[in-house]
Design a protein around this ligand. Structure first.
Ligand code: PLP
Ligand code: COI
Length: 348
């Protein structure tokens, strides 16, 4: 095991021993191979540089309580990357090749899988870029698939604590029929003006829909979840608990959100995916950002300075989101039965 202070890792790059690469040339994918070289020899006119032909993914390997290493739902990441590739007119990486590349990246970097109990994990960043030199506007026909592993700690520092958000109305991250549903670098570059301004205030950014600036879209690198409680006449003592998450063509279909929706349904919560007006935050008892990197990151307040409004959710993570967080982490770290077959044990 590497000499790394696993418990204090943040969401930062730590250089692994190996990355994995596979190229697509002459209409065929070559087999993935591991290399210590972290640099690509890229033509200056490659379509990824000229026209933004780039898509990426994010997934994690967890060392469980039993010492086994589990990868969480990698097939979903492979499928989403294939959709992103099609969205940018790139050659999709075949699912099984994606799996072999992740497995190889893990095998070659086993010493970088953080020990159980530290809260840290091995993150994989798969990347797909267009490499054909082109000046005329159009897609390339050569591609490079790369898997970059890195051990990481929490995305938001502190273990399971609250983060504050600010509503953004002056930068549109992704258009309704644009690339928001794909995981492509351009979406993130387009959000930097807003997110960096928010970070400078110690906040993160909540993006509204780009057409009306009225509905919640998502956070800069995570989906949004809200919890509503309501009394029902016929069920005197019990509240109905509703898990609400935005439906929008401009947001990334989050694999974490999908998993949490399943866990929420299993617990008898009502799960609703629909357009959510910003003002509905006032009716929510809990709110959070969710994603691979941030897991569930509870929100304590959302500031809307332009409307002179602040929505508050309490300074501690609420009971519903805490329960879902525990349930998801228990599966990922092998503490609970994986009824859904979400984890794949890749190595002992
Ligand atoms: N939305 C955006 C914009 C993201 O960058 C991410 C992170 O991957 C997510 C949502 C969450 O997706 P997932 O849960 O699949 O990681
Ligand atoms: C993830 O959650 O895996 C992400 O990719 C989000 C962000 C760090 C880009």
């Amino acid at each position: 095991m590497k000499d790394i202070n696993w418990s204090t890792l943040g969401f930062h790059y730590t250089e692994p021993d190996y990355i994995v690469r596979a190229a697509y040339h002459d209409g065929a994918w070559q087999e993935p191979y591991a290399t210590r070289d972290k640099y690509l020899h890229l033509h200056v006119s490659a379509t990824c540089l000229q026209y933004g032909q780039e898509a990426f993914e994010g997934l994690k390997a967890f060392r469980g309580i039993d010492g086994k290493i589990r990868i969480f739902r990698w097939r979903e990441n492979a499928r989403r990357m294939a959709r992103s590739a099609e969205g940018l007119f790139m050659q999709p990486v075949p699912e099984e090749l994606f799996g072999r590349a992740i497995r190889l990246a893990l095998e070659k970097n086993l010493d970088f899988v953080p020990p159980y109990g530290t809260g840290s994990t091995l993150y994989f960043r798969p990347l797909l870029i267009g490499t054909t030199p082109r000046l005329g506007v159009g897609p390339g026909r050569d591609f490079e698939f790369v898997v970059i592993p890195s051990p990481i700690g929490p995305y938001y520092p502190g273990k399971f604590h609250c983060t504050s958000f600010i509503v953004n109305r002056y930068v549109d991250r992704a258009a309704p029929l644009g690339t928001g549903q794909f995981k492509v670098g351009g979406n993130y570059a387009a959000s930097f003006r807003a997110t960096e301004a928010a970070h400078a205030m110690g906040l993160d950014c909540l993006f509204l829909d780009s057409k009306y600036h009225r509905y919640i879209d998502e956070c800069s690198a995570a989906n949004f979840i809200g919890i509503k409680r309501s009394k029902v006449e016929s069920r005197k003592s019990k509240d109905v608990i509703e898990y609400l998450t935005p439906k929008s063509s401009a947001i990334l279909p989050s694999i974490t959100n999908d998993s949490l929706m399943t866990l929420a349904r299993e617990r008898g919560y009502k799960v609703t995916r629909r357009r959510i007006q910003l003002e509905e935050l006032a009716e929510m008892s809990e709110a959070a950002a969710c994603g691979t990197a941030c897991v569930i990151s509870p929100i304590d307040r959302v500031l809307d300075p332009e409307r002179n409004r602040t929505y508050t959710f309490g300074s501690e993570p609420g009971p519903v989101l805490s329960e879902l967080y525990r349930a998801l982490r228990d599966i990922q770290f092998g503490r609970a039965e994986d009824k859904h077959g979400w984890t794949e044990i890749m190595s002992q």
